[in-house]
Design a binder for this molecule. Structure first.
Ligand code: NIG
Ligand code: FE
Length: 413
């Protein structure tokens, strides 16, 4: 498409106020919704004009192809800022075990969990992993996702972490016109299954610092670095060293924080100036307040709490603290085997007491901000070149209310 004038848009969601407020304290008005709207879009210059259908400036729209979006919604594309999308195998047996009463941690302690996906992923070739990932990304696109973060973390040694990062780099290149992919190095997802004692674990953490990070920088294999900082996983001291080093190498930094225990992850994210801290189910009020003061985004992953039967993240405290919230799937084979971001949005409304406006802002602007991409994406304004989605429903609420609808999205561009 060269120049296109979208007319008669039933709901044109701009996120104008959301962007102005940096995603904090969002209410319905901040979505900047225009009913019966129009938007003029140029494939090179981005958004040339937006407003009410009756006010389209004729001169500007001359020569543009007209597309009626009567009965449809046009908005910033959804952003899934937290996924573990590249892995092989499945963990369906663990589902049974959890239904039988075992916890996520008990299964992990018995050699299952992340280690089980690591074994399957190490066995898979780069091209097998690539094929599996492609099918998953196509599914994300069909749901309206235009920004997608993908983590490594099922390799847990350098050859295998590198293999995963190379798959992500290839996906990034090949999907460039369709979806913005952010590659995150999560070598610190867990200790490798062969690390039997404390010494081995320290050696692994050191190898991330001394070997993997410099090599990643050299080969330009990642945009961001994440650490699973929690009880039984990486300590705060280890996370601090790894993330500080990653930051000096120019990577965005983020954390899996306070998912299983109040481990001080939120405060560490604030101390380091991370772009986001994710999960936060057990985060303390003081930690959340520190994050808000430092401008760290709180990424909510409701599908994970739902799937593991854990308490949901403390949204009321996050609101009070004045945090920008993001919302993502956490797609992975063990704790959230769903790519359906709109389904996670439904859970956030139905189970966490968030409003549809908060949830929509979180899954668009908030997630773009968690990826450090909010100056371009997550809101619609003249001169901007964000990823945009068209949904076949008369308003954005339908995305959330029609739970897990398979195909409301018509197009992402
Ligand atoms: O975000 N918490 C750590 N990592 C993932 C789970 C990964 C897995 O179980 O394979 C998560 O929930
Ligand atoms: Fe995760």
């Amino acid at each position: 498409m060269a120049s296109v004038l979208f007319t008669e848009i039933s709901e044109l969601v701009t996120n104008r106020g959301v962007a102005k407020k940096g995603g904090v304290g969002v209410n319905e008005e901040d979505l900047g919704i225009l009913r019966d709207g129009a938007l003029l879009w140029d494939s090179r210059k981005g958004i040339l004009w937006l407003g009410h259908d009756g006010d389209v400036p004729r001169g500007l729209a001359r020569g543009a192809r007209r597309v009626s979006l009567a009965g449809k919604t046009l908005s910033p594309a959804l952003a899934d800022c937290h996924t573990h999308l590249v892995f092989a195998g499945d963990r369906d047996d663990e589902f049974r075990r959890r239904l039988g009463g075992q916890t996520y941690q008990q299964i992990a302690a018995a050699g299952g969990g992340i280690a089980s996906s690591v074994r399957a992923t190490r066995k898979a070739s780069e091209s097998e992993l690539y094929k599996l990932a492609r099918a998953r990304i196509d599914r994300c696109l069909s749901l309206g996702v235009g920004l997608l973060e993908i983590k490594s973390g099922y390799g847990l040694d350098w050859p295998n972490e590198r293999k995963l990062l190379r798959v992500i780099a290839r996906l990034k290149r090949e999907y460039r016109s369709k979806v913005v992919i952010q590659a995150t190095f999560l070598g610190a997802h867990a200790f490798p299954p062969e690390a039997k004692n404390g010494r081995d674990k320290i050696a692994y953490a050191n190898s991330i610092l001394r070997k993997m990070l410099p090599q990643i920088k050299k080969e330009k294999l990642a945009d961001a670095c994440d650490v699973f900082c929690d009880d039984g996983y990486f300590t705060r001291a280890q996370a601090r060293r790894i993330l500080r080093r990653a930051a000096t190498l120019g990577l965005e930094i983020k954390l899996h924080a306070d998912e299983l225990a109040d481990f001080g992850g939120a405060a560490l994210a604030a101390e380091l100036g991370a772009s986001s801290a994710d999960h936060l189910l057990m985060a303390s009020d003081a930690g959340l307040q520190r994050m808000a003061r430092r401008g760290v985004v709180a990424t909510l992953l409701p599908a994970t709490a739902f799937y593991l039967g854990l308490p949901y993240a403390p949204v009321a405290e996050m609101r009070r603290a004045g945090l920008c919230m993001a919302l993502a799937t956490d797609f992975n084979p063990g704790s959230s085997p769903t790519l359906h971001l709109p389904f996670a949005m439904s859970i956030a409304c139905l189970q966490m007491g968030m409003t549809p406006a908060e949830v929509f802002a979180a899954a668009t602007y908030g997630s773009a901000r968690a990826m450090g991409l909010h100056s371009t994406h997550g809101s619609l304004r003249v001169g901007g070149k964000p990823k945009i989605a068209v949904f076949d429903c008369p308003g954005y609420v339908a995305l959330i209310s029609r739970m897990a609808h398979p195909s409301l999205c018509e197009k992402v561009f």
